[in-house]
Design a protein around this ligand. Structure first.
Ligand code: MET
Ligand code: ZN
Ligand code: ZN
Length: 408
């Protein structure tokens, strides 16, 4: 793949690179600049722009292209505006410069996750409007803050607001993952994030003594039980070629805290875990399991949740779901191979599905290594442009899905 010189750059690519340069990086994203950028896009496209401040300083921006039949539910195209932090010294190029190399790869934080998709939605809508199309269903593009830290000041609050209900979303698209093969990944459900901090208390004392019942000894037992469970799930995934990553439960030990000095046995220590619980797991039973691992390690062990999602939902991927039928038909017509899976990570789709909106997670990036949250996150401009093309085909089909039984 070769790229054109800068003077010939495709305007959609130029716009993408402009958006990538806005520093919406956690933990202090410049949301003001992103909202101003989106307001300008709305003006250029002739779309209405609504700003909903779901918490002080946290604005959800909604760009709306009205459909011809306002009695029908709408299509919601969601993307988050924030990006995760970088370790700049490991990058080949400044992650906020949107450098494009001679082959056409654009390096930037957010190139895959998920500023590409925001611009692809906008550019697909622009093209369709310029061509004079109109569709029965309204298309809303929502640009939400806070996803990368859990969505608690973003989509989680937005779905509870009257402004959200007024959108009357019938179906939603949000982010997926790149696929290194020729195929495209599409997510119909996701694992539930459970962030668990286990705190162990025990007898303190002098570091030279054989103290019994220490916090560390008991915490070690809990860590061992949880890592044994991790190994079991890993083996289950490895031994069954039909299972994809999202179908088993994962866990990582991500933090260890405690202790004050080499020679002081601490009275308390804690371990933090990032569990991603598969959607078919009985969550009550799973919480009991957590309790029993803690109890088995001794007295004085408690746990608390930093994140605990308990409403996993599955969006059907058969023709009983007219949205899936429309989505998959377009992909078939375009000769795109789809790999339907459960998303291993968490996205704002979980909030949408939980309030009854069927939703798919889709990032139109094939032949692309998965580089989200990684160093040198990048996307080839040709893949980006092909994505605009794909949405240009998807949107007419989705926005023309005939009235559902519930809508007539
Ligand atoms: C669990 S909060 C969501 C943050 C991020 N999308 C993740 O999956 O880790
Ligand atoms: Zn994302
Ligand atoms: Zn992310």
């Amino acid at each position: 793949m070769t790229s054109k010189g800068p003077e010939e750059e495709h305007p959609s690519v130029t716009l993408f690179r402009q958006y990538l340069r806005i520093r919406t990086v956690q933990p202090k994203p410049d949301y003001g600049a992103a909202v101003a950028f989106l307001e300008e896009r709305a003006r250029q496209l002739g779309l209405s722009c609504q700003k909903v401040e779901v918490a002080p300083g946290y604005v959800v921006t909604v760009l709306t292209w009205p459909g011809t039949n306002p009695t029908l539910s709408s299509i919601l195209l969601n993307s988050h505006t924030d990006v995760v932090p970088v370790f700049k010294e490991y990058w080949s190029h400044d992650p906020f410069e949107a450098f494009k190399d001679s082959e056409g790869y654009i390096y930037a934080r957010g190139a895959q996750d998920m500023k590409c998709i925001s611009i692809q939605y906008l550019e697909a809508v622009r093209r369709l409007k310029v061509e004079g199309h109109q569709f029965p269903r309204t298309i809303h593009m929502t640009f939400v803050p806070d996803e990368e830290v859990g969505g608690h000041q973003g989509m989680e609050l937005f779905v509870q607001r009257p402004e959200f209900r007024a959108l009357r979303a019938g179906f939603a698209l949000d982010e997926g993952l790149a696929n290194p093969t020729d195929a495209f990944t599409v997510f119909y459900s996701e694992r539930s994030p459970w962030w668990v901090r286990v705190t162990s208390t025990g007898r303190p004392g002098h570091g030279s003594r054989f103290i019994e019942d220490t916090a560390a000894e008991k915490l070690h037992k809990v860590v061992s039980s949880i890592l044994a469970f991790r190994e079991k799930e890993w083996q289950r995934l490895q031994s069954n070629p039909h299972l994809k990553e999202g179908a088993v439960t994962s866990v990582n030990l991500t933090k260890l805290e405690g202790g004050v000095a080499y020679n002081v046995v601490p009275a308390t220590m804690s371990a933090s875990f990032d569990f991603r619980v598969a959607p078919d797991v009985d969550l009550k039973a799973f919480e009991k399991q957590l309790q029993s691992w803690c109890q088995a390690a001794g007295e004085g062990i408690t746990f608390e949740f930093g994140q605990k999602w308990t409403q996993p939902q599955v969006t059907p991927t058969d023709d009983s779901n007219p949205w899936w039928a429309a989505f998959s038909r377009v992909c078939k017509d375009l000769n795109l191979t789809l790999e339907p899976e459960i998303c291993p990570a968490a996205t704002d789709n979980r909030y949408l599905r939980a309030v009854g909106v069927p939703a798919l997670g889709f990032s139109p990036m094939n032949r692309t290594p998965v580089l989200l949250h990684d160093h040198d996150e990048r996307l080839h401009e040709a893949v980006f442009l092909r994505g605009v093309d794909i949405y240009t085909h998807l949107l007419p089909a989705l926005a023309s899905v005939p009235a559902l039984p519930s809508e007539s």
